[in-house]
Design a protein around this ligand. Sequence first.
Ligand code: PLP
Length: 425
Amino acid sequence: EAAEARFIANNPLSKKQHELAVGALPGGNTRTLLHTSPFPLTMNQGKGAHVWDEDGHKYLDLVGELTAGLYGHSNSIIRETMLSTFDNVGLSLGSTTVQEHKHASLLCSRFKLKRVRMANTGTEANMHALAGARHYTSRRKIIVFSGGYHGAVFSFPNGKAAPNTVDKDDFVVVPRYNDIGLAVDTIRSTPDLAAVLVEPMQGAGGCIPGSKEFLHAIQDAAHEVGALFILDEVMTSRLAPHGLGFELGLKPDLVTMGKYLGGGLAFGAFGGREEVMAVYDPRVEGSLAHSGTFNNNTLVTSVGYEALKRVFTEEACVELNERGDRLRERLKQVTKGTKMMFSGRGSLIGVHFVDEAVEVFTCGEDIQGKERRDLMDLFWFEMLEAGYWTTRRGFVALILETEEKELEGFVEAVGNFAERHRDIM
Ligand code: PLP
């Protein structure tokens, strides 16, 4: 309570902004995830690796816009591309464009896809991929995993489809991600199965990497029953130069992507095998229509292309993820023997507070009922006071512009936090 009282006292302008926003937005909010109690902080500027709130506090940005903010706030290539596209090309031409082809070609070569199509969000990319899988197989059911998140209307917490999930009855949710036996049995026993949709590392579900054995087993089982294997790489494509699936030796029929691949602007894409993507070929009678006014807008495709080609190069990708691995190890070191746990891979880190030592942590169910929300809240309030912008639920996504010494400062702040609260940790 003391930390919350300090938060309220320190942020009068964010509080005021929240009170104004509730007049137009339910709960003052248009992205449920960003609501925090007693009110969210409103940021009003980002520069480099930092953000500033309404009350003038400066923070190191460790939210990284939940992975979409990879390029930081001030990349000069992104800025120049935006301005020159506006000046020399124009925004929407109502036609196919050279820019969409360049971006698509780069996505294909980088992520080892034969064909790709674009959308505006990761949610849409998954929606289209599922439609494509259904069309291709002439089947209906989709297998997903508990804790899986595939976008606003494809959320599967606690082994169930969230109430707003579209076609709720068409999803079979496998409890316990990473449980090979359970997953393979479900795949083999589900009639009318069009696809298995899975994240190679559950992101929103707590930054839980899928084991290589698990992912290969479900890929093989899907193929055995004639279903497609769809890998949701919306968050994870940044974890290895050609995406996490490629790194793990997977051969998905379709891959969905988004987030940073629009260079910081709204973006989604899905692609994969030539025969499967051919269902979208408009030259073919009976093909599947896939539309979207902004799918090929010149701004996103230009910026996405330049950013991936010139900024997040394969070398930059390796370097960033190594930095993330080092950070995770340092965080583990300074919190040894406490209730804090760190999960994830490379540049994406999950922060957890669990009541008792958890031996195996391979799915959300392993820590269910043992999580300490109160400590997580305290951590969030105190990290803000120390100048670190993290998500309330404990998710850290590194951005390219962050310097090593700033991350070392974060490690120190986390170590101090653990020390200060030794009695309850
Ligand atoms: N898939 C995964 C794995 C995600 O993490 C997300 C977003 O967090 C999405 C899909 C949805 O992407 P978007 O928010 O762009 O719709």
